[in-house]
Ligand binder design. Structure first.
Ligand SMILES: *[C@@H]1O[C@H](CO)[C@@H](O)[C@H](O)[C@H]1NC(C)=O
Ligand SMILES: *[C@@H]1O[C@H](CO)[C@@H](O)[C@H](O)[C@H]1NC(C)=O
Ligand SMILES: *[C@@H]1O[C@H](CO)[C@@H](O)[C@H](O)[C@H]1NC(C)=O
Ligand SMILES: *[C@@H]1O[C@H](CO)[C@@H](O)[C@H](O)[C@H]1NC(C)=O
Ligand SMILES: *[C@@H]1O[C@H](CO)[C@@H](O)[C@H](O)[C@H]1NC(C)=O
Ligand SMILES: *[C@@H]1O[C@H](CO)[C@@H](O)[C@H](O)[C@H]1NC(C)=O
Ligand SMILES: *[C@@H]1O[C@H](CO)[C@@H](O)[C@H](O)[C@H]1NC(C)=O
Ligand SMILES: *[C@@H]1O[C@H](CO)[C@@H](O)[C@H](O)[C@H]1NC(C)=O
Length: 569
């Protein structure tokens, strides 16, 4: 029973609340009546705790002086949020407040009084007296009418990026992380989708696979999915995903993440850490748009983005914006004559492919015919040629979702570049630890149009070889192997690195604040040069000493957070 459980923390909370003169009624900390409120500065923070203690609800820090109102696993080391009221509008760390009004409405106000979020936005709540708010043992934040027992509003109906056991995922719900989302498509199939600034596409289940082969069906219009307490995620489209640690009593969550993958995790209650027990994509590069346009996603052994030869990053802080060409391929306006074919050559990117954006598809063509097709069409920026028995030709008008994979035997991309283009120039590469490197690992083979007749004559022989390799199941092995690499290499280093860096800075040298350096360099105005790990600026310290200031490129990330953070000193 609710009223009986008044633990130590409840008493603490009560005291704090009394000091704040804001709590009108508190029965227990997992249920509250109208007129309760919590300030962002209040300690202890939980607004509510579920009766078994598994979940807490209150303000969570999400950035420098930025907070959100969330529900999290109490035992998770990093207070992993499973639901957030105001994910896109964090509030100030001073003066913000959440209130459960006497009208039964949960409302979040920023420091200046602006209403950032209210439960009314998502439902019929409000205008009723005597409602209560409680945090259920399932992690559901519920506004209910105790007189009838009916639920007026619940957080389970408004998921953010996470699904908890017993929480129903329906035709009306959606999980979102950055450009990625999970929802039931119009054909009743549960899919992962990329909604980029320019294009949108679905990548799970893998579109080349027919639904039946992917273990799904589009005949069931129910559109409902739920993770049960054993660790099985069941969907009406026949998807059945099982945790590797099946069993009751484990605390789990299913989360769509910034890298476009959808993963199941189990909480290790002794360490507070999470163990991945299932993921939708075994090959992380299969997530569309992960490196943006004109770039290649590689996976050896961790995820890495690189610009195509002759391209540079569009925005050095965000891989998702892709790369832009440093050359022009001619004017493709209607009516204009296409540039003459002699102006171009092709650069081969072995075992690479770009998903989608085909100008045409033609099979049983020779390599030369495919290349000629791309030369004749102005919009063609590259073509994919597959040596698998019947020469498959895919001229591309846009280069997106590019990735290199050892599975792409006999499949290469030929990039159209101006003949005078110098392919030995260094390329921009970044790995998932968000650092820039100045070397590359994609083999570049120069190809000029006249060599091609010869190359294709052997294609039949190779094709059989590759087909044979495929039959041997090499694909599956590699998928599993790369998946395992990803798991074992995923823990990122930046915080440890930063700690080390700080230690050196503070123990031996004078430490400058970010502001001092910003002033010294005139807001990083005069660029002296660029290195692998950052940009070097000219600065003048107080006293006239001229210095070079290197700004580390730690914020360059292919899978970064929605908001850019203020750089730290
Ligand atoms: C969780 O917190 C620990 C320190 O408590 C930190 O080292 C780690 O990087 C954090 N993990 C995430 C995913 O934020
Ligand atoms: C309140 O602050 C937020 C940002 O913290 C700002 O976007 C909003 O415009 C402010 N509102 C008023 C009324 O000042
Ligand atoms: C609260 O949790 C219990 C199980 O702990 C469940 O039976 C009940 O349906 C939940 N109520 C709501 C409103 O989520
Ligand atoms: C979860 O679903 C699986 C597969 O349908 C089933 O075997 C298991 O009993 C279910 N667990 C619970 C707790 O319902
Ligand atoms: C939790 O983590 C500890 C330390 O890493 C490990 O020894 C233990 O087996 C883990 N427990 C579970 C249930 O995974
Ligand atoms: C495919 O290529 C052949 C040979 O070049 C050509 O005759 C045919 O028209 C092409 N078909 C398409 C659909 O482009
Ligand atoms: C191509 O670039 C490389 C490396 O930048 C340089 O050494 C070489 O001289 C260049 N070749 C031409 C023809 O410009
Ligand atoms: C390139 O790949 C090879 C083997 O695949 C590896 O030994 C080498 O370290 C890689 N170089 C870079 C810069 O990643």
């Amino acid at each position: 029973m609710a009223g009986l459980v008044i633990g130590c923390r409840a008493v603490q909370l009560l005291l704090v609340s009394v000091l704040l003169c804001s709590l009108a009624s508190t029965t227990a900390q997992h249920t509250m009546g109208g007129g309760s409120s919590l300030s962002v500065e209040a300690r202890p923070q939980p607004f509510l705790v579920s009766s078994d203690g598994t979940f807490s609800c209150g303000f969570l820090q999400v950035g420098d002086n930025a907070f959100s109102f969330s529900v999290w696993f109490t035992a998770s080391r990093n207070s992993t949020a499973v639901w957030t009221a105001n994910r896109d509008a964090p509030v100030n760390g001073r003066g913000s407040r959440v209130t459960f009004t006497r009208d039964g409405e949960l409302a979040l106000a920023d420091a200046n009084g602006t209403m950032v979020w209210t439960s009314r936005m998502g439902g019929v709540s409000g205008g009723r007296r005597g409602l209560t708010i409680s945090l259920n043992d399932t992690g559901n934040l519920v506004i209910a009418d105790p007189s009838t027992g009916s639920t007026v509003w619940q957080s389970f109906d408004w998921p953010t990026d996470t699904l908890l056991p017993s929480q129903q995922f329906t035709r009306d719900t959606k999980l979102v992380a950055g450009y990625y989302s999970l929802n039931f498509d119009n054909d009743n199939v549960l899919r992962l989708l990329y909604y980029g600034p320019d294009v949108a596409s679905s990548y799970w289940p893998w579109p080349d696979l027919n639904l039946y082969a992917a273990g799904r069906t589009n005949y069931n219009a129910l559109r409902i999915a739920v993770l049960n307490n054993t660790g099985v995620f069941l969907s009406s489209d026949h998807l059945q995903a099982q945790a590797t640690d099946l069993g009751v009593g484990v605390k789990r969550r299913l989360t769509i993440e910034q890298d476009g993958n959808f993963r199941m995790y189990s909480l290790n209650e002794s360490t507070g850490g999470w163990t991945e027990t299932w993921s939708a994509l075994l090959q992380p590069c299969q997530a569309h748009g992960i490196c943006g346009g004109n770039s290649i996603c590689e996976y050896q052994p961790s995820l890495r983005c690189s610009c195509l030869p002759g391209h540079e990053m569009t925005d050095r802080r965000d891989w998702r914006k892709g790369c832009k060409p440093l050359f022009t391929i001619g004017n493709c306006n209607q009516g204009a004559a296409p540039p003459p074919p002699e102006q171009f050559k092709f650069i081969k990117l072995p075992q690479a492919d770009f998903y989608g954006f085909d100008l045409a598809y033609n099979e049983s063509v020779t390599f030369k015919q495919c290349m000629d097709l791309c030369l004749r069409v102005c919009e063609c920026s590259a073509f994919s040629y597959r040596l698998n028995g019947i020469g498959k030709c895919y001229p591309k008008y846009m280069l997106f979702n590019g990735y290199v994979s050892p599975n792409f035997l006999g499949r290469s991309i030929y990039l159209k570049v101006p003949r005078e283009f110098n392919e030995s120039a260094p390329r921009v590469i970044a790995d998932s630890a968000a650092t820039l490197a100045c070397s590359h690992n994609v083999t570049i083979v120069k190809v000029s149009p006249d060599v091609y007749g010869k190359a294709t004559r052997n294609s039949g022989k190779w094709a059989y070889l590759f087909a044979f390799a495929g039959v041997l199941g090499v694909l599956d092995l590699l998928f599993i192997a790369t998946g395992w690499w990803f798991l074992s290499s995923k823990q990122s280093i930046p915080s440890a690195q930063e700690a080390g860096y700080r230690k050196v800075m503070t123990s031996q040298f004078r430490r400058f604040t970010y502001r001092e350096l910003k002033d010294a360099t005139g807001n990083f105005k005069e660029e002296l040069g660029r290195g692998c790990s950052g940009v070097v600026y000219r600065g003048v310290l107080e006293g006239g000493l001229v210095v070079a200031v290197k700004r580390l490129a730690v914020d360059v990330t292919p899978i970064g957070p929605d908001r850019a953070r203020t750089p730290e000193p």
